[in-house]
Design a protein around this ligand. Structure first.
Ligand code: GLA
Length: 733
């Protein structure tokens, strides 16, 4: 074994050549470790030039030892030499689920992929890219595997490029983004399911042998039943603080598929990519098929650290304006639904000012004339202002907003159409539907065919026209309420490309929007949380987790989302859902980006004063919530009190949210809640904030506690019946 001195680089990827005993002969094996601050992914090239994943886990102190990891395992036979392939081909030796499966131009179904070369580029400080080139020894068919490592955040993004020089077209039947391989004694999968208003319902179970598939075939609004995010814990279920855990997801706003296969050796193969369902892809000679990115983070210190790493990574590299500011707002959806006119909206603009938030958001119902948008059955697609509701157009409202000292934002759903619309009458060929079958609707609407460049122009035009006519427009809520039924494009020759071309078309539009309007905040909404992923969030500043704004439900939905997405991206509105007092509703909405969707006029004096003060209070703490570190202290599924803490990066300020989530007799915070993320050496003063008028707090803000005490003993927020929701502010002395 050749010993090399360890070089401490932001990212170390190097090639170690070691001699390993394999069978009867010594062979040369290349080891390619990809390290981040605490984590390593190790590839090895065998003497047969197969590329294997030999390790995914905690970083070793001596990088030279990565090469001998396989020797430590005495597992069952791998008859194929491919069980731990870094990108499993099909039709040759492989016997398990492939990452890629093709039919060559000559009709042959076999694929083999052997190592050609690899290289590493330092893209920026702390960001490196490993490229591994693979080639079929028989066919001119190549795959390049990409691994982009974010050193500080322990995040890796993976994708593949597929191309060929065959005489004719190659059909790709499966074309994964990533193929991981994990070794542990057991694996626990945390996955999510849901539906409208029931997003992010968690299930955690031990994986058994065979394949567990997480997928979507909905085309659009693809997270409705299942989002692409998941966690896998190794050896035992990870907790917030303990255990090895991988958090992963595909960055793709269309059909996704993740296979988790416990193989005959008890290793876990994770293959993730675009769902190949009804999506055979015809790849022309010389064309490069680039898969979307699969991303993961690995933590050996539980889910909490993993999620904070993801938050930092997201704010720094993915989420649009992730380290920036956000606008608080008043939305009129639940306040008026479709029933409004200019006068009503002008009054709401005054209410926006009265409440003290930054922006008024005009929701659905402002457009369409031949088939006015007075309900969800008509008008979608006809994006001219409705003349009877808004005789003076949006422009008047934008001006009026500015006269009131607030900004103006607007709702659109540009990808969809009601059959009862002029758009449908004029362009039936722009609609995804089967030519010979009855139409079938989701919320009375159909999906426009974004694979068609004319439709892309139209969708871009909806946004561009709004901004051209109203340059002061300050916010867009981009909705997407329908799934794709009867998948068929009048534009495409190859129907099996539609699911993919739809998403590519959507991203082309979003690219155009962002190159012309780079900073305007946009909310990613999809009938609630039907569409959030990190590909989309590159274009959006926030997402709408659910139409369910009952604060008790929201505690749970926001909680699960918080493992994967930072609070700054979570648009939370105070509404009349749920029976809780306004304070409880507002406190829950404050754990992210605050908005309101209530009739200000209907609030009694105390409720109004509370809301006005809450906005001011929020302005004082939002920086910590948006840009700080998030700690889930007590989980609402396991405790009667849910506590969530945000601490700013300097460990000077903290905001602790606490809620009673069990209303049985005598439930409450009998025990102190142990805080995290504080400086043990500093002293903190704790005071209760966001009190309802006329109430006082039992918390003694004169008492000072060391960070050490607060993290070892904890603090009791005194949550109980009558104090169901308590926000505490921590300030370092
Ligand atoms: C979806 C959104 C809601 C609202 C309505 C308008 O359901 O999730 O917030 O905008 O559409 O039709």
């Amino acid at each position: 074994m050749m010993q090399k001195k360890r070089v401490e680089l932001p990212l170390l990827i190097s090639l170690f050549v070691c001699c390993c005993f394999s069978g009867t002969a010594f062979t040369q094996i290349k080891t390619i470790p990809l390290e981040t601050r605490h984590h390593a992914l190790v590839l090895q090239v065998s003497d047969q030039n197969d590329v294997h994943i030999t390790y995914l886990g905690r970083r070793l102190n001596q990088a030279t030892e990565y090469g001998i990891i396989p020797d430590a395992y005495k597992q069952h036979t791998d008859y194929t030499g491919l069980l731990n392939s870094a990108y499993t081909p099909s039709g040759s030796r492989n016997l398990l689920e492939p990452a890629i499966s093709v039919t060559h131009a000559d009709g042959n179904n076999s694929l083999d992929l052997r190592y050609v070369s690899h290289e590493i580029q330092q893209l920026a400080d702390g960001i490196s890219l490993l490229k591994v080139a693979l080639k079929d020894p028989v066919y001119p068919f190549e795959v390049i595997l990409y691994y982009k490592a974010y050193f500080n955040d322990d995040v890796v993004e993976q994708w593949s490029e597929i191309k060929h020089e065959e005489r004719g077209t190659v059909t790709l039947h499966k074309f994964a983004s990533a193929n991981l391989h994990l070794k542990a004694s057991a694996y626990w999968l945390r996955q999510y399911y849901g539906d409208w208003a029931r997003e992010m319902q968690p299930e955690e179970e031990r994986l058994t042998h065979g394949i567990k598939v997480l997928d979507s075939k909905l085309g659009t609004r693809t997270n409705l039943f299942q989002p692409p995010v998941f966690m896998v814990s190794l050896d035992r279920p990870a907790t917030e603080h303990e255990g090895e855990v991988l958090l992963g997801s595909l960055q793709w706003s269309g059909n996704f598929r993740t296979d988790l296969e416990l193989d005959p050796q008890n290793n876990l193969r994770i293959i993730s990519g675009i769902n190949n369902y009804a999506s055979d892809y015809s790849l022309e000679k010389g064309e490069i098929f680039t898969t979307p990115i699969f991303m993961y983070t690995f933590s050996a210190e539980g889910k909490g650290l993993a999620s904070r790493n993801l938050h930092n990574w997201a704010r720094n590299y993915k989420l649009l304006d992730g380290n920036g500011q956000r606008l608080t707002l008043l939305n009129n959806w639940e306040a008026t639904y479709f029933d409004f006119n200019e006068d009503k909206l002008k009054a709401l603009l005054k209410d926006t000012k009265k409440l003290g938030v930054d922006l008024f958001l005009l929701d659905d119902g402002w457009f369409a004339n031949k088939y006015p948008r007075n309900g969800d059955t008509a008008g979608l697609g006809d994006w001219e202002e409705n003349r009877s509701k808004l005789p003076n157009g949006i422009g008047t409202l934008v001006k009026e907003a500015s006269a009131n000292g607030v900004k103006f934002g607007i709702w659109i759903e540009p990808e969809m159409v009601n059959p009862k619309s002029e758009l449908y009458e004029t362009h039936p060929d722009w609609v995804i539907k089967q030519p010979k079958r009855d139409e079938y609707y989701f919320r009375n609407q159909l999906v426009l065919d974004l694979s068609n460049p004319e439709v892309q122009d139209f969708v871009f035009g909806v946004i561009d026209d709004l901004f051209t006519q109203n340059p002061d427009l300050a916010y867009i809520k981009w909705d997407c309420n329908a799934v794709i039924y009867n998948t068929y494009s009048a534009h495409l020759d190859n129907q099996s490309h539609l699911y993919i071309e739809y998403v590519r078309g959507l991203y082309k539009v979003l690219e155009r929007v962002r190159s012309k309007y780079p900073t305007v905040p946009m909310m990613l909404c999809s009938g609630g949380g039907g569409r959030v992923d990190y590909a989309a969030l590159q274009y959006f500043t926030e997402y709408w987790p659910s139409d369910n704004t009952d604060p008790m439900e929201r505690i749970f939905i926001q909680w699960e989302n918080s493992y994967f997405y930072p609070a700054i991206a979570s648009a939370n509105h105070v509404t009349d859902w749920g029976k809780q007092p306004i304070k409880f509703r507002t406190d829950v909405a404050m754990m992210g980006k605050l908005g309101f969707d209530i009739v200000i006029d209907h609030l009694n004096d105390n409720d109004l004063a509370f809301c006005q003060n809450a906005v001011q209070t929020y302005n004082g703490i939002k920086g910590t919530i948006w840009h700080g570190d998030q700690y889930r202290l007590t989980h609402p599924r396991e405790n009667s009190v849910a506590s969530m803490l945000f601490v700013d990066k300097a460990k000077e300020k903290g905001v602790l949210f606490n809620y009673l989530v069990n209303n049985r007799y005598d439930e409450g915070s009998h025990l102190p809640v142990k805080l995290e993320g504080l400086d043990p050496e500093r002293n903190y003063r704790i005071s209760e904030i966001n009190l309802y008028p006329g109430t006082s707090s039992p918390i003694n803000h004169e008492q000072v506690y060391s960070g050490d005490f607060l993290m070892k003993i904890g603090f009791n927020p005194q949550v109980r019946k009558g104090r169901e929701s308590v926000i505490l502010q921590l300030e370092a002395e």
